[in-house]
Design a protein around this ligand. Structure first.
Ligand code: ADP
Ligand code: LRH
Length: 493
């Protein structure tokens, strides 16, 4: 007999969802009960997350989960995008809407931080890829602001949601590792970095790890959602990418993963960080994973490029449906023009088709002539960036890679998966698209004693139950190398 299901709350930059996961017959089934858009709001010149709308989405999702599961849940786990946070005053009230990592407040802050701590020293201490929006830069940007001065607590986004649901505060480790304030060797705070940059680590509640208890749903939440208590909340890999990597259906260690959604996070899973200068210059990050692992990966722009083109085209009228555009892109000339999908110049929102065309011009390549060619340019560029990241991860870590797993929403995009297989010259296993929710459920289920074993055993459950698609590499590797050379020097490798 199967018990009540586990609810996974997975908040992505493009949408939030609540999924129900059940373990039965040696497998894991997952079912979406609620999905809601995540629409950032620019107000007073600052780009914010609409955090209460997201929390409402979580409550609506838990209500739907309760309806689907007869009012009973075995537990709840929450994961979301990284680096961002809410500040609380001394009585636990939220001080303003969390600022979006794409907001311009961190412009130029990297240079200021580099004067206090050289990039080499910061990397040696934290192992994190330079991304202008890492939490350290956001906190340095906010220094001296009335809001930060008034703050008594800082909660990362999933921890903030967990606090509202349970009344309990903690800082989950995998997501804390994206702040650039964690030493990946000790898996604890780097007090030296915090001291040098004037950041008060006392703002963070104590660390907790994936599988640790995170409280129980408050009576007011049970009343609001129609759930019957007690419902435990468990800390999972609360960084969505940590949950997604736990949800990769790998059969052994010889794999690279690409979690493709709004971002593409491409790399390998290691037991220990790689912290040398070569790794820093190659723009690789050492984020912490479930079960003591290190996610050695590169952040690449991802389907954000496509999302932003679609947003622009929808506002303009004319064809902007994804399916027909992908079909047309599949017929367009391969590798006609490519851009560097690792370039921070694509981080900010707005005018994406124009910015892509400008990048093509700058590198002496023809501009895309229509929407299909723009989509093809984006997908070829992503495949090329995937190739560079997989090759560099392999070279810098010494890990043998014979399969590339693509998980996340991009696993639905067959053209992108095939192009990635072609570019890497390696087979791609595509799916599950909802790896983050699956990794979230598996960590909760193990904490509750419903499954046992390490990541290998958890992944075997995924292979037994998830539909996966295999793409064999085809075509000419030399063509990809030639395309890479057109943007060389700007690429991470
Ligand atoms: P995030 O977690 O960052 O919000 P997701 O992992 O949900 O992102 O991925 C969203 C992206 O996945 C979309 O922007 C879209 O490009 C892609 N995607 C989702 N469904 C499909 C589909 N059916 N076909 C092609 N691409 C898809
Ligand atoms: C993906 C993600 C990624 C981070 C970015 C801010 O959703 O968590 O791992 O770098 O968002």
């Amino acid at each position: 007999p199967t018990g009540p299901p586990f609810a996974a709350v997975d908040l992505g930059a493009s949408s939030g969802r609540v999924m129900l996961g059940s373990l039965a017959d040696g497998g894991l089934s997952l079912r979406e009960v609620h999905r809601f858009p995540n629409r950032p709001v620019r107000a007073g010149g600052t780009l914010h997350w609409d955090i209460l709308a997201l929390y409402q989405g979580v409550l609506d999702g838990l209500r739907a989960a309760g309806r689907a599961a007869g009012g009973r849940l075995a537990g709840v786990g929450i994961d979301s995008w990284a680096v961002d946070y809410g500040l609380l005053d001394g009585s636990g009230g939220l001080l303003g809407n969390p600022v979006h990592y794409r907001d311009a407040r961190t412009d130029g802050v990297g240079e200021r931080v580099a004067e206090l701590l050289s990039p080499a020293e910061l990397y040696a201490a934290t192992g994190l890829q330079y991304l202008p929006f890492n939490t350290v830069y956001q906190l340095v940007a906010a220094q001296g602001s009335p809001q930060l001065s008034a703050a008594r607590r800082l909660l990362l986004i999933p921890d903030l949601m967990a606090y509202w649901l349970t009344g309990e505060q903690g800082t989950e480790l995998t997501n804390a590792s994206t702040t650039q304030l964690i030493d990946p060797r000790t898996r604890d705070w780097s007090s030296g970095v915090a001291r040098t940059l004037g950041i008060d680590l006392g703002l963070f509640p104590p660390l907790r790890g994936p599988g640790d208890p995170a409280g129980r749903l408050l009576p007011e939440v049970l009343a609001e959602t129609g759930l019957t208590g007690p419902v435990p909340v468990t800390a999972v890999g609360s960084h969505d990418t940590a949950s997604a990597v736990a949800g990769v259906p790998a059969a052994d260690e010889r794999f690279a993963y690409i979690a493709t959604g709004t971002w593409s996070l491409a790399g390998v899973e290691l037991d220990a960080p790689v912290l040398g200068e070569e790794s820093r210059r190659a723009n690789f990050t050492n984020e912490l994973g479930v079960d003591g692992t290190v996610r050695y990966l590169r952040n690449i722009m991802g389907l954000w490029l496509l999302q932003e083109c679609l947003r622009e085209w929808a506002a303009d009228g004319g064809p902007s449906e994804l399916g027909p555009l992908l079909a047309a892109a599949g017929r367009a000339t391969p590798l006609r023009s490519v851009v560097d999908a690792g370039d921070p110049e694509f981080i900010a929102p707005g005018r994406m088709p124009e910015r892509i065309a400008a990048a093509c011009r700058r590198t002496g390549q023809p501009e895309p002539r229509d929407r299909a060619e723009t989509v093809r340019c984006v997908l070829d560029s992503l495949a090329l960036a995937h190739r560079a990241a997989v090759f560099d991860a392999r070279r810098l870590s010494g890990r043998v890679v014979d399969t590339v797993h693509i998980v996340g929403g991009g696993a639905h995009n067959e053209l992108l998966c095939q192009l990635t297989a072609d570019a890497c010259g390696l087979p791609v296993v595509a799916g599950p698209a909802e790896a983050a929710a699956l990794g979230n459920v598996l960590v909760q289920a193990r904490a509750a004693g419903a499954v046992t074993g390490g990541l290998a055993e958890l992944r075997a459950l995924l292979r037994a139950s998830q539909r996966l698609r295999r793409h064999e590499p085809s075509g000419d590797q030399a063509a990809w190398a030639e395309a890479a050379a057109r943007i060389a020097g700007r690429e991470g490798s």
